[in-house]
Design a protein around this ligand. Structure first.
Ligand code: SF4
Length: 481
């Protein structure tokens, strides 16, 4: 397993083509715009070696028997599913932001289970190929970016009906050595500091869409691949420290759009090609695995928000007020509610035909859906307690300015014994964690709320519920037919 420093070193060997702010970036590791995200991912490497965390952050490969990062592991039990959730909360408590590696982790587990079932049904040999690649991933400990979301163009049309056929990643050519793909993947968490992409279809497909039924692995720096890094709220503050709020780990994952312009993929890295019948299953598995996470990682993030909020209240001099305690209690309650959902969908997981364990999809969707609401409520309470300062504070440069600095020092002073700078620091952390990009990530990361509602209704067995009610109401099953 790599250490964080080795992971950073390994990125230097890649020729990843990245654009940001209208320029090609050649010094990503030294560039403050990227550093926080790289630091967060690096922590996942370091913690695998940390005696306090290694039981959660490392695992034993079922393929080789070797010690590997949990982020490259295939869940072999309910305990593995539970350890995943606990690991995510633990890491998020350290970073206060997204550490990105779970997307590839979930993509690998989903692809592992689906290729097995696809081979059983269609007599293909994708699973064997996938396992060979997985062994390489486990051995080299590289970071995989799970790449699902296509740009989708006009949402009213299927992939093959789009005016522009590239709105979904598709196969444009093939030969005896491999396939050529074109399109783009949007909102790619951590892609610029990953080593490889695991590309999957973004939606269930019909036969006419079979060119879009493609799952494959490709290096992030393969010829034809360009990444354009996304802007975040306040991203220019990454050039400072106090203003940024969380200078070490930043906000969310550092997303990018990845453009695939006729990218060649050798057959040994192709894990689905044209099997449209299995695209929906792969999407569903990946989505449920990733939605499982949200009570873990957002639980850890919320722990930091709660700690920052309680600190802000103390720094304001009202830490002991009963209404503050009541609101903080509510924040804790909401956080533990989210965490419970992630644990529950893990406990109710089951073994798939491949031997890998899969979460309960209903409960996984419920927990992610709750995140789209409860993180907003946790953030609302936090802002309520912290006060308007988080939106109106002058900059770090003003605080350190020879002329006006002394006034800011004086007038932003709170409780006795607390430095003004510390008070400003905690307010900035809260601004970073409860406003702007971080909230949007909780809404749309792992799929937008409507995607969860579709799954919840599908899994909800409404007919069974209707029969339960009709029976109690004395309505015979004959009269309802
Ligand atoms: Fe992992 Fe959470 Fe980031 Fe998703 S949002 S990649 S689950 S840390």
């Amino acid at each position: 397993m790599m250490t964080g420093a080795e992971y950073k070193e390994s990125l230097k060997k890649l020729n990843t083509v990245v654009y940001a702010f209208g320029e090609q970036i050649t010094d990503m590791l030294e560039n403050p715009i990227f550093q926080p995200h790289i630091n967060a991912a690096a922590l996942t490497y370091d913690l695998a070696h940390d005696p306090i965390a290694e039981d959660l952050v490392s695992a034993t490969s079922h393929l080789t028997g070797k010690k590997i990062s949990r982020f490259t592991h295939i869940h072999q039990s309910i305990e593995d599913l539970l350890k995943k959730v606990k690991m995510l909360r633990l890491i998020a408590q350290q970073t206060g932001s997204c550490f990105q590696r779970c997307v590839g982790f979930d993509a690998m587990n989903a692809t592992y289970t689906v290729t097995y079932e696809m081979d059983q049904k269609l007599n293909t040999n994708y699973h064997e190929r996938f396992v060979e690649w997985l062994k390489y991933v486990q051995e080299s400990d590289i970071m995989i970016c799970g790449a699902m979301t296509d740009p989708k163009g006009d949402r009213g049309f299927s992939p093959s009906q789009q005016q522009d056929p590239d709105m979904y990643v598709h196969v444009v050519d093939k030969n005896d050595k491999g396939i050529v793909i074109r399109g783009a993947k949007a909102h790619m968490t951590g892609v610029v500091n990953s080593h490889e992409l695991l590309i999957m279809p973004t939606t269930a497909l019909k036969e006419e869409d079979k060119d879009y039924a493609v799952c494959c692995a490709v290096p992030v720096d393969a010829p034809g691949i360009t990444h354009v890094f996304g802007r975040q709220c306040n991203d220019e503050r990454k050039y400072g420290t106090i203003d940024q709020g969380n200078a070490t780990y930043g906000i969310v994952g550092g997303e990018a759009i990845t453009i695939l312009e006729d990218v060649f993929v050798p057959w040994e890295r192709v894990f689905m090609y044209g099997e449209w019948q299995f695209a929906g299953l792969l999407v569903e598995r990946f989505a449920s695995y990733h939605r499982q996470n949200y009570g873990g990682c957002k639980g850890g993030v919320a722990d930091v928000i709660i700690g920052a909020t309680a600190t802000a209240a103390e720094y304001n001099g009202v830490g002991k007020a009963s209404h503050i305690k009541d609101k903080v209690t509510e924040m804790i309650h909401l956080t533990e509610t989210l965490y419970s959902g992630s644990l529950a969908c893990s406990c109710e997981g089951r073994c798939t035909p491949s031997g890998a364990y899969f979460v309960d999809p209903m409960l996984a969707n419920v927990v992610k859906h709750n995140v789209t609401r409860l993180i907003y409520e946790i953030s609302r309470l936090s802002q309520d307690i912290a006060g308007g300062l988080i939106a109106t504070l002058p900059s770090e440069k003003d605080l350190k300015h020879e002329k006006v600095g002394k006034y800011l020092e004086k007038y932003f002073k709170g409780a006795a014994g607390i430095s003004t700078e510390d008070r400003i620091r905690i307010m900035r952390l809260l601004e970073n964690m409860t406003a702007g990009t971080a909230l949007v990530e909780s809404m749309h990361g792992a799929g937008s709320p409507q995607a969860q509602r579709v799954m919840i209704l599908r899994q909800g067995n409404l007919e069974h519920k209707k029969r339960l009610a009709q029976k109690l109401a004395g309505i015979s099953s004959d009269s309802t037919n």
